[in-house]
Ligand binder design. Structure first.
Ligand SMILES: Nc1ncnc2c1ncn2[C@@H]1O[C@H](COP(=O)(O)OP(=O)(O)O[C@H]2O[C@H](CO)[C@@H](O)[C@H](O)[C@H]2O)[C@@H](O)[C@H]1O
Length: 472
């Protein structure tokens, strides 16, 4: 089957979060299952672009409203990622160092989607299915069906995966001029609550819609940042498929970012070496349990409760715990986390920013991973942590619910119900209890490392889904 993924991120080309991890792994494992998966994304200015060899695959000229532009599709020459990788170059618009965060992001991603549609219209062999990810690609299912210029794509099936429904890409109606001329009677299929809503549009127009865990699919009908009724209405074409993890990138035996490798047999020794390195670098006491948080410092991740939680836990647990945070996001939370260094320097440290290598060393060296997320469509961090023998401490929501079982229910993690400071502190107290019982801790580490969350288990679910649309 010929599958084309369309996405704004893909590890290791350009990654801001979990979307990048999934987009870098799913096509690779689809190819291993003998399908022809390809991926197209914007051409940002990244190290990956400079370090690899490219050939020009297609050149075209099109427009987004009054903005006429030339675009070039380049293809990576060696299949380095295990699948064919195409980048869309639009001079001045996409070729920038960051993925997101520019004032004209909306226009950038609309132009990207138009270029992809324009290219595919010209391409003689059409993919069997086009798989779009998150709102940056959410207008594509509509454009395929209703833009006059893209008529040859009208029958190409589209699947849309929601990695995060909190971000919907809202645009006021005056931006509709950016979208190539379309059947005006279908304008309602672009909007939700009187604004253009690319995520809602994708849910309406894609042939199938998936979320990255079954629990999250269920939750969206009750809590989806305004789209609850839409998900209820469209539930017939929606399905939750749990993410996998790339067990080659995330493997403590071979991880290229680690100096001390280990397996479940050598887990205590391996984790100790990595913890030593972390504790030395961040001036923390190796004998105390190390709790970490890695991720975007935003409301949905409940990052705002971290500063108080850390302060209270250090106090209530008589300074017998250490915390290390890696992340960036809300400037106020960043500031509070920085200030905390001055208050509890012996038990806490943080790195504000994005650091792929450090994240791997932290998963390997920590004892516990905090994930108090208010919303978590799937969550990869807890699965990485488990693979590295680090106990996940999670709020029971979304994909966290589907992947972590509490130690009280014969599981391997610590679960709690509310994103509140004292609940998280209490969870730390339970964690301390386990930590102080080395035999139990070791057994749990070995147990969680054996859990198989690999993509091999999941790929077939997507293939079955694609097949169901091909039969229509
Ligand atoms: N400062 C930093 N430095 C280094 N690495 C960092 C980092 N901040 C985050 N990361 C990395 O980014 C990834 C985060 O993945 P998650 O799935 O946990 O969250 P995210 O909200 O980005 O993804 C969304 O999409 C994914 C994929 O579908 C869903 O699992 C998730 O629930 C949904 O919110 C991990 O690889 C993590 O290590």
């Amino acid at each position: 089957m010929n599958i084309l993924h369309v996405t704004a991120e893909c590890y290791p080309v350009a990654k801001a979060g979990g979307l990048g991890d999934v987009a870098g792994a799913l096509p690779k494992y689809q190819c291993r299952a003998r399908h022809n998966a390809m991926l197209v994304m914007p051409m940002y200015q990244t190290a990956f672009l400079e370090k690899n060899k490219w050939e020009v695959h297609h050149k075209g000229r099109t427009n987004s409203g009054n903005y006429f532009f030339d675009y070039t599709i380049i293809k990576e020459k060696t299949n380095k990622l295990g699948f064919e990788l195409f980048l869309v170059d639009i001079n001045g618009l996409l070729d920038r160092p960051k993925i997101y965060g520019y004032d004209d992001d909306a226009q950038r991603f609309v132009a990207f989607q138009i270029a992809v549609c324009h290219w595919l219209t010209d391409w003689k062999v059409k993919p069997d299915v086009v798989h779009c990810h998150d709102f940056h690609t959410g207008l594509i299912p509509f454009m395929f069906k209703y833009c006059f210029n893209f008529r040859p794509l009208a029958k190409v099936p589209t699947v849309f995966t929601i990695h995060n429904a909190e971000y919907q890409g809202w645009m006021s109606w005056d931006k509709s001029m950016w979208i190539p001329e379309y059947d005006i009677w279908r304008a309602g299929l672009l909007e939700w609550k009187n604004v253009i809503n690319p995520l809602a549009s994708a849910v309406k127009n894609a042939w199938k819609v998936t979320t990255v865990s079954p629990s999250y699919m269920h939750e969206l009908k009750h809590n989806s940042n305004g789209l609850e009724l839409l998900f209820e209405y469209e539930k017939g074409k929606c399905i939750g498929i749990l993410n996998g993890i790339d067990t080659e990138v995330w493997n403590p035996k071979t991880d290229k970012y680690l100096e001390a490798h280990y397996s479940s047999l050598t887990v205590n020794k391996g984790k100790k070496s990595n913890k030593e390195m972390l504790c030395k670098t961040f001036e923390l006491d190796i004998d105390k349990p190390l709790f970490i948080f890695i991720g975007r410092l935003v409301h949905e991740k409940a990052a705002n409760i971290l500063p108080d939680t850390i302060g209270s836990a250090i106090h209530q647990l008589n300074k017998e715990v250490n915390f290390l945070i890696l992340g960036s996001g809300d400037p106020h939370v960043e500031w509070l986390l920085e200030q905390l260094k001055k208050i509890v320097p012996e038990n806490y440290n943080c790195v504000i920013g994005y650091n792929e290598q450090l994240s791997h060393i932290m998963y390997a060296g920590a004892d516990f991973l905090l994930m108090p997320s208010r919303v978590e469509p799937c969550g990869l961090n807890q699965m990485y942590a488990m693979r590295y023998g680090t106990m996940p401490m999670v709020r029971r929501t979304g994909g966290l619910n589907d992947t972590v079982t509490d130690i009280g229910d014969e599981g391997w993690g610590i679960c709690f119900n509310n994103a509140e400071v004292q609940e998280l502190v209490n969870a730390c107290k339970r964690a301390m209890h386990v930590y102080n019982n080395p035999k139990v801790m070791t057994a749990l580490r070995k147990k969680m490392m054996k859990i198989d969350n690999s993509w091999e288990n999941t790929v077939d679910k997507y293939i079955q889904l694609y097949k169901s649309v091909l039969l229509n």
